[in-house]
Design a protein around this ligand. Structure first.
Ligand code: MEV
Length: 423
């Protein structure tokens, strides 16, 4: 495949079908590839075209559903979009093992987002800080004028906070607009407010404003979930101690914490994506929050209760919404929200936190006992079977034999498939 040039002037003005033709020509794609790309699945090409630029197709990811989730006394089916095998099964297993103790209990710290306005060029930042704080009422009025809909729904401007940072080129005065964005993720709302307020801050202080943008460290929008796993349900004290040791490791070592939190995010990002929310916003917030002490640590905490049972908690920023963006425009996201029965952004965030905790439990339990590869390989074996051309019933037969032989490899799968077909 050759790309003659990446300059395709006017590509953005074409329809998705026309763009595909142009790109196929430039990249030397064959007719089969073009036909494949024309099938956009359950996201029609016009909708996709309205979501991003230069659309030529869609990228489908499997949507699974996690069962057994009991959250705040309610059974919830949780749709998860992910390309990674074992992720959905892990949540189902973890959730089943804490049903006898009541499942997950969740809460939210609030729905406030922060937008930052950066002010530079003031030699007396303390003075400027007070000038900004004195205009509390003006700032509130400007913010609420910018988004009256939010105000109508009980949200809107909440507070300001002004920080002074020692920049390399001089002090910076950073104003935080703290806004309750209710059922919206809120990026558009708070960004517009920051843009409306910034010129006034420059005027009041005589400085110059540069950046006006939300912070993804949404630490006023923390979702919390906790659960207890009884020793009987998890297989005894040795399993618990293994999980506690795994947590200890993650909490003191950033190399391990990164992988530990990646496991948490396997669950979190899958639900965020399934509901059309911004996975990068949630991921950035999660990792920044995990590093808030100055050291990157675990997003979860694991302990033993007075009876020796295992207890787990998670607390992380979860800026997700039910309105706006792909949550509304992507038909699958809307259906995913219906499956989950999430009526508010708060419920959605709490459910996601519970999934993150469940995911972490499953990973730590596997790692502390049989190791991760056993469970992983059973599903991975199916992928390998499909890769070597197994179809229908052959897929399970090849996968089972791969696992039985303990060699989940393409060459072994080919040999098994040939055997099956009597070749
Ligand atoms: C793999 O996607 C996730 C794990 O590595 C998480 C962990 O190590 O805790 C299994």
């Amino acid at each position: 495949m050759t790309t003659t040039t990446s300059r395709i002037p006017g590509l953005h003005k074409l329809s998705p079908a026309e763009r595909l033709e142009r790109v196929a020509k430039a990249a030397g794609l064959g007719a089969d590839a073009v036909a494949h790309m024309r099938n956009t699945g359950n996201l029609d090409s016009a909708t996709a075209d309205s979501m991003i630029e230069n659309v030529i197709g869609t990228m489908n990811v499997p949507l699974g559903v996690a069962t057994n989730m009991l959250i705040d006394g309610r059974d919830v089916l949780v749709p998860m979009a992910t390309e990674e095998s074992s992720v959905v099964a892990a949540v189902c297993n973890a959730a089943r093992q804490c049903r006898s103790t009541g499942g997950f209990t969740t809460a939210m710290s609030g729905a406030q987002m922060i937008a930052q306005v950066q002010l530079v060029g003031v030699s007396n930042p303390e003075f400027a800080r007070l000038q900004i704080l004195e205009h509390f009422a003006d700032i509130k009025a400007l913010c609420d004028e910018t988004d009256p809909v939010l105000l109508k729904h009980g949200g809107g401007f909440h507070d300001i906070e002004v920080r002074i940072l020692p920049g390399r080129t001089g002090p910076m005065v950073i104003t935080h607009l703290i806004v309750d964005t209710r059922d919206a993720m809120g990026a558009n709302a708070v960004n517009s407010m920051a843009e409306a307020v910034a010129p006034r801050i420059a005027e009041w202080t005589g400085g110059r404003t540069y950046l006006r943008i939300l912070s993804n460290l949404a630490d006023r929008r923390l979702a919390r979930a906790r659960a207890t796993w009884s020793l009987d349900d998890i297989g005894g004290a040795e399993v618990r101690d293994g999980i506690l040791a795994a947590f200890d490791f993650a909490d003191i070592d950033p190399y391990r914490a990164a992988t530990h939190n990646k496991g948490v995010m396997n669950g979190v990002s899958a639900v965020v994506l399934a509901t059309g929310n911004d996975t990068r916003a949630v991921e950035a917030g999660a990792h920044a929050y995990a590093a808030r002490s100055g050291q990157y640590r675990s997003l979860t905490q694991w302990e033993a209760d007075a009876d020796g049972n295992l207890t787990g908690t998670i607390e992380m920023p979860l800026a997700v919404g039910l309105i706006g963006g792909a949550t509304r425009s992507h038909p699958t996201a809307r259906i995913a929200l219906d499956i989950m029965g999430a009526q508010t952004a708060e419920r959605l965030a709490c459910t996601i936190a519970a999934v993150g905790l469940a995911q972490n439990f499953a990973a730590l339990k596997a790692l502390a006992t049989t190791g991760i590869q056993k469970g992983h390989m059973a599903l991975h074996a199916k992928n390998i079977a499909v890769m070597v051309g197994a179809a229908g019933e052959e897929i399970d037969k090849v996968a089972r034999e791969l696992v039985a032989q303990g060699k989940v490899r393409v060459d072994v799968a080919e040999a098994i498939l040939n055997d099956l077909r009597g070749q």
